[in-house]
Write a protein that binds this ligand. Structure first.
Ligand code: FAD
Length: 516
């Protein structure tokens, strides 16, 4: 019997994992990727012996990765050599306070009680709440599909939304555990991984701190890209065909079905089902025929963007740890400047990643590989955004603080090369709407059933997997998205097969053979 066919648009982690799961379950799968290599935001840059992960640097929720490997008939430990990073990271405040977040409770107690007498008890209660939020979210909301609004707002789920504090703001909620503003900041800034302001994010997201400290922050030997390479290898072994340098230009539709895609080079391709892994708003706006949903997506909230510096440095800086966070200025005001002003805060906060601290192969011997992430607003036609000027200001901020707080005062002279990303580059390179590095936002109105669903409402054979559909952003969460999308495809496969036969009978009369 002929296998059903699937075309996946995009070889980000969501596209790769969905393709592999479909192939494992009997589909003939082709992945179309605009870039020359797979990985999308989780791609890597290698230059002059320096290896940078482009986006993700924190390997979180290993149990979700393990589930993906298991579903593909593999063991994660046969593919990835994970090392736990603990202390997870050092947080630097501009008044000189430094905190090393760690799963070592003795160390945490000593550090926290120096700042505030009752802070360690507050911390234990906070992590317990994060644990409850994590377990409940994964089981009841994040790890399942919602096929209609009644399932989401069911009588069983409504009380859970309150228990998850979905309507309480995260930063405000930390007042129950800590008084010191610096501690509230240290345990909420992680919301930026979701591209969200802690002042607006639901208190549910204390689950992030729980996962970091209890489940651990890990680092795969070879960098985060090792995870992408492992999944691509497995997908290829399962028969998935990857076509690179193959940007999709248009999706061709008829009534309630997608018929095929046309590549930039004019080549048409067809399949039984289609999976959009490129950013969902971009697919609605740029690839599908004009539609009302695209206009609605303009009014949704988007996550922030980032200015990135990838520096190849001819000297080693052991005082820069593996993960370092530098918080600065007025916490709330700086988020307002990012999320409302859509710019770089007056006093920017930033994150520095030095992978060679853990994995020597990330830099040539005696040298360093530094990745700096500075959160900024996303693209906004109404705001004046001079990215050259903002990039220069961000760079100077990093130099000044590294010199003042770590004694790294000669970095400028030791940078061999610099690669810069800013919102326009995120948009051009990966087709991310508004250059929002983490996709659609994750506020209460844009999660669960309220997030754009993983199947198109009208085109019944068009599915989505990736950061801007359910459940959301972050590598493990996108792996969940791949699982949920394939579950939905299998559930609906019977219907699709029938629709497909109907369509074939109907369409054969109109389309000459060989045309989409
Ligand atoms: C700076 C940064 C830091 C991050 N840090 C972390 C972290 O520490 N830990 C973590 O877990 N997550 C992190 N994330 C989030 C994580 O990287 C993303 O959620 C995840 O990589 C998104 O994967 P995806 O498959 O949804 O999309 P993408 O990676 O965007 O993949 C989509 C693919 O589609 C391709 N494409 C686009 N248009 C077309 C077209 N027309 N035709 C063909 N192909 C097309 C793109 O080139 C891309 O390869 C970070 C993200 C960023 C940006």
């Amino acid at each position: 019997m002929q296998k059903p066919t699937a075309l996946v648009i995009g070889a980000g982690i969501g596209g790769i994992a969905t393709a592999a799961r479909l192939a494992k379950n009997g589909y003939d799968v082709t992945v179309l990727e605009k870039e020359l290599t797979p990985g999308g935001r989780a791609n890597q840059i290698i230059r002059d012996g320096h290896r940078f992960d482009i986006g993700p640097t924190l390997f979180l929720m290993p149990e979700i990765w393990e589930e993906t490997f298991a579903a593909l008939g593999e063991k994660m430990s046969d593919h990835l050599e994970l090392r736990r990073i603990d202390p997870t990271y050092k947080v630097h405040f501009d008044d000189g306070l430094q905190l090393e977040l760690t799963s070592n409770m003795g160390d945490m107690q000593t550090q926290l009680e120096k700042v505030e007498k009752t802070a360690f008890t507050g911390f234990l209660n906070y992590i317990a709440e994060g644990n409850k939020h994590y377990k409940m979210s994964v089981e009841k909301f994040v790890g399942r599909n919602f096929y209609n609004i009644f399932e989401y707002f069911s009588l069983g789920n409504l009380p859970l939304l309150f228990q998850l504090k979905a309507l309480r703001k995260h930063y405000a909620n930390t007042s129950r555990f800590f008084k010191d503003e610096r501690l509230k900041a240290a345990f909420t800034f992680q919301n930026m991984y979701l591209g969200l302001s802690p002042c607006d994010a639901p208190a549910t997201y204390s689950l992030l701190q729980y996962t970091e400290l209890a489940e651990g922050v890990w680092y795969p030997k070879g960098g985060m890209y090792a995870g992408i390479q492992a999944l691509v290898k497995i997908a290829e072994r399962l028969g998935v065909k990857f076509i690179y340098n193959a940007p999709v230009k248009r999706i061709i539709t008829s009534k309630n079905r997608v018929l095929g895609v046309v590549l930039e080079n004019g080549n048409p391709l067809t399949a039984d089902i289609f999976v959009g892994n490129a950013d969902l708003p971009y697919i609605y706006k740029e690839l599908l025929p004009k539609n009302n949903e695209a206009k609605k997506l303009d009014n949704k909230l988007y996550t922030c963007s980032t200015i990135m510096f990838y520096w190849g440095v001819d000297k080693e800086y052991p005082q820069i740890g593996h993960h370092n966070v530098f918080l600065g200025g007025d916490y709330k005001a700086s988020f307002d400047q990012i999320f409302e002003g859509h710019t770089l805060p007056e006093v920017p906060s930033f994150y520095v990643h030095a992978p060679a601290r853990t994995d020597k192969a990330a830099a040539p011997e005696g040298q360093d590989t530094l990745y700096v992430l500075v959160p900024v607003g996303h693209l906004d036609a109404r705001s004046k955004q001079d990215w050259d000027a903002l990039v220069n200001r961000a760079r100077e901020t990093v130099f000044t603080r590294l010199a003042k707080e770590l004694g790294v005062d000669d970095l400028k002279e030791h940078i061999k090369f610099e690669i810069v990303y800013h919102p326009n580059i995120w948009k051009e390179r990966f087709n991310l709407e508004k250059g929002a590095a983490f996709g659609l936002s994750h506020n209460f109105w844009q999660v669960g059933y309220l997030r754009p669903q993983n199947r198109h409402k009208q085109y019944k054979n068009l599915y989505f997997a990736g950061a801007s559909t359910h459940p959301g952003t972050g590598l493990p969460i996108v792996l969940l998205s791949a699982r949920l999308t394939t579950e939905r495809i299998f559930k609906e496969a019977g219907t699709i097969a029938v629709q497909n036969l109907n369509y074939m009978a109907d369409h054969a009369r109109k389309v000459p053979t060989g045309q989409v």
